[in-house]
Design a binder for this molecule. Structure first.
Ligand SMILES: [Zn+2]
Length: 189
């Protein structure tokens, strides 16, 4: 698993996303994360989710309040909460909204989708909202295991570690500062 996806463009986080997902087949949070990733990767929606007519109902309702960015004139752009056009499929619509509008727009999107019977995945929080259920969180990704480049033993989650300016890998702090035989301590941050 690759962790929590966030819209990134030229290394900048540009929007805050919600994925409205088909609820023909019930999803758990990990399945919703996987579906979101696959859709973001450009996989065909029909390979990922079942078509759900309520997606079109959702888009109709939400764009009646906040028109798609592709449908507003230049002088209305400032009031448009979307950062990217909506491009819904029959099974999903991914909403990319401006940070300064999230507080108002996101709760309305969640409420509208749940009222229509759809799933809402929040990739920032890693939480799936489904009708009639408490929000469910994705399974946490285990932290990456680091191996000390000096002694070859794993670096535990609670152990301090660092990097030597001349070496590639991570080292235990003790290994980093251990003098080389006949030499001086190697470390320096
Ligand atoms: Zn070590």
């Amino acid at each position: 698993m690759r962790g929590i996806p966030i819209s990134i463009w030229q290394n900048r986080i540009v929007s805050w996303d919600l994925a409205i997902l088909s609820n023909i087949v019930p999803l758990d949070a990990d399945q919703a994360l996987s579906a979101y990733w696959r859709l973001c990767d450009g996989e065909v929606w029909s390979e990922v989710l079942q078509p759900d007519g309520r997606i079109a109902d959702f888009v109709r309702e939400i764009t009646a309040r906040w028109p798609d960015i592709n449908d507003v004139s230049d002088d209305q752009l400032d009031s448009c909460p979307w950062s990217i056009g909506l491009s819904p499929s029959p099974a999903d619509v991914i909403l990319c909204m401006r940070y300064d509008r999230v507080d108002v727009v996101a709760p309305v999107c969640v409420d509208t989708a749940l009222r229509l019977g759809l799933n809402v995945f929040d990739p920032q929080a890693g939480v799936l909202h489904s009708p009639g259920q408490e929000p469910r969180a994705i399974t946490p990704t285990p932290p990456e295991e680091r191996i000390c480049a000096e002694c070859g033993r794993p670096i535990g989650q609670s152990e301090s570690f660092g990097k030597h300016i001349d070496s590639e890998g991570w080292l235990h702090i003790g290994c980093l500062f251990r003098p080389k035989p006949g030499g001086t301590p190697r470390a320096g941050f």
